[in-house]
Design a protein around this ligand. Structure first.
Ligand SMILES: Cc1cc2nc3c(=O)[nH]c(=O)nc-3n(C[C@H](O)[C@H](O)[C@H](O)COP(=O)(O)OP(=O)(O)OC[C@H]3O[C@@H](n4cnc5c(N)ncnc54)[C@H](O)[C@@H]3O)c2cc1C
Length: 438
């Protein structure tokens, strides 16, 4: 039972970083009635964001891998509040949540205020359209599981209707253009290729999903995967090209319309489906909050302790935070799941120190390397103190990539439940269709 004067830790955003932080702090304070831990999220379930390209391609059913916040909160000793943060009053130490209209019948829960003693912003980011004309109106994005699911459904329905029509599909009718040759764009291209082969195997769509879909991947800089070594980028490009994906590097997009993508060189790539997978910036609502310093990419400026530059009671982590890499402050921690993960671990030790008026330590980002999935294979670099930087690809890289998700599950659920989840995945994979077809 919490007492009414308990110190309130409020974490906003139950993603890669926020959910793990709530889980760790929930356990840490489970026998301490003087501190309460609350997680706020605008959705009811957590899906690990690096899986969203699989959700978009239908190779992963979002319902199989989501974690329900209410059940998780009960099991891990914190409180869950459903709602989207919209405002901040740091004088009164309150956040404001948007009204809730769960089933759209007008029976809303009005705006609510939530008190905090320590606030952690962990609301993630969105892809950056750089103000390019037409992106907001005509591009799909993978910023959330609902957006990935909306794309999957539209694509599947387009295939099914084309297959039912008397005429063969017109050229361009099913084409996909993906903008952004970083990890998200590359992984999506590979997964969509897998999807079209799977569709053909079902034989249910009445068209040749491989031959009748042209897939183009566009990247502004002259190579794919700017974060990985050149040799891996080249082998990735070869791999995608061999699967029939047209890779166009050094090609900047100038405008997107309902019919496709225009480039700065004057070219036009027809596409029924354009997906924006370039850049990352903070959630737009952050820039409207009072009392925070916001970067030019709409991220919250924090010190190396992850406290905001304006208020020591407010912390920020993950994609929504602009955290300096060192004391010079000219470069920032990259927006990656591994950074959000490290920062959640860091804050689970620092927030108790803060509440006990102890000095906080600086967060140090440790780059463990990157892995990019190409469906049944992967490419990547692992960085370690003992072995230095190792580039690898193929089956071993694919296994390491899969292990990243298992590590995420272990941090959330513990080793025993991880094993149970793993076994149940292995069993259900034998019984459920390989593609989500509804
Ligand atoms: C397709 C894809 C593949 C990726 N692959 C990799 C990879 O292989 N490796 C890697 O390191 N990184 C990868 N990333 C990046 C990685 O997913 C992010 O860096 C990471 O998820 C950031 O974690 P976070 O906790 O900051 O935010 P998120 O995980 O984005 O979570 C943010 C949470 O905040 C909630 N929220 C948002 N706004 C509000 C609000 N106003 N009020 C309340 N709640 C709110 C959201 O519902 C969400 O639950 C990938 C991203 C994508 C999209």
């Amino acid at each position: 039972m919490q007492n009414s004067t308990a110190k309130k830790i409020v974490i906003v955003g139950g993603g890669s970083g926020g959910l793990k932080l709530a889980t760790r702090l929930g356990h840490y304070y489970r026998r301490n009635a003087d501190v309460s831990v609350t997680l706020v999220d605008g959705t009811l379930t957590h899906v690990w964001k690096p899986l969203l390209h699989e959700v978009a391609a239908g190779t992963l059913d979002v319902h199989d891998d989501e974690c329900n916040y209410l059940a998780h909160a009960r099991r891990h000793h914190f409180r869950f509040v459903w709602g989207r943060m919209m405002g901040l009053n740091n004088q009164r130490q309150q956040i404001r949540l948007e009204p809730l209209d769960g089933n759209g019948d007008g029976r809303t829960v009005p705006e609510r205020d939530l008190d905090y003693d320590v606030l952690v912003l962990a609301v993630g980011g969105i892809s950056d359209d750089f103000g390019i004309d037409g992106v907001a109106n005509y591009c799909y994005r993978l910023d959330s599981s609902s957006e990935a699911e909306r794309f999957r459904r539209s694509l599947l329905e387009a295939y099914l209707t084309a297959g039912q029509a008397a005429e063969k599909p017109e050229p361009g009718e099913l084409d996909v253009a993906i903008v952004g040759g970083g990890a998200t764009g590359v992984e999506l291209a590979a997964e969509l290729d897998k999807m079209r082969h799977e569709l053909n195997q079902y034989g249910a769509v009445g068209i040749d999903a491989v031959k009748d879909t042209k897939m183009t991947l566009l990247e502004r800089v002259p190579r794919l995967l700017p974060g990985l070594p050149e040799a891996l980028a080249e082998s990735t490009e070869r791999e995608l090209s061999s699967r029939g994906v047209s890779v166009r590097t050094g090609e900047a997009v100038s405008r997107v319309t309902a019919h496709g993508v225009h480039t700065e060189t004057g070219d036009f790539i027809p596409a029924r489906f354009s997906v924006w997978a370039a850049g990352i910036r903070g959630q737009p609502f952050l820039a409207k909050l009072d009392g925070l310093e916001i970067s030019q990419h709409d991220q919250v400026m924090v010190k190396r302790s992850l406290q905001t530059t304006t208020d020591e009671r407010i912390f920020a982590l993950g994609d929504c935070a602009a955290c300096p890499l060192d004391n010079e402050g000219s470069a920032f921690v990259p927006p990656r799941a591994q950074a959000a993960d490290q920062q959640s671990k860091f804050l689970s030790a620092q927030i108790p120190r803060f509440l006990e008026n102890q000095k906080l330590k600086p967060y140090v980002y440790r780059d463990r390397g990157s892995l990019v999935s190409l469906d049944d294979t992967a490419v990547g670099t692992l960085m370690g103190a003992l072995m230095g930087n190792v580039n690898f690809e193929g089956w071993a890289a694919r296994m390491s990539y899969r292990m990243l998700y298992r590590q995420h599950q272990r941090a959330l659920h513990g080793s025993f439940r991880l094993i149970v989840l793993w076994i149940s995945d292995l069993i259900s994979r034998r019984t459920r269709p390989r593609l989500k077809l509804h």
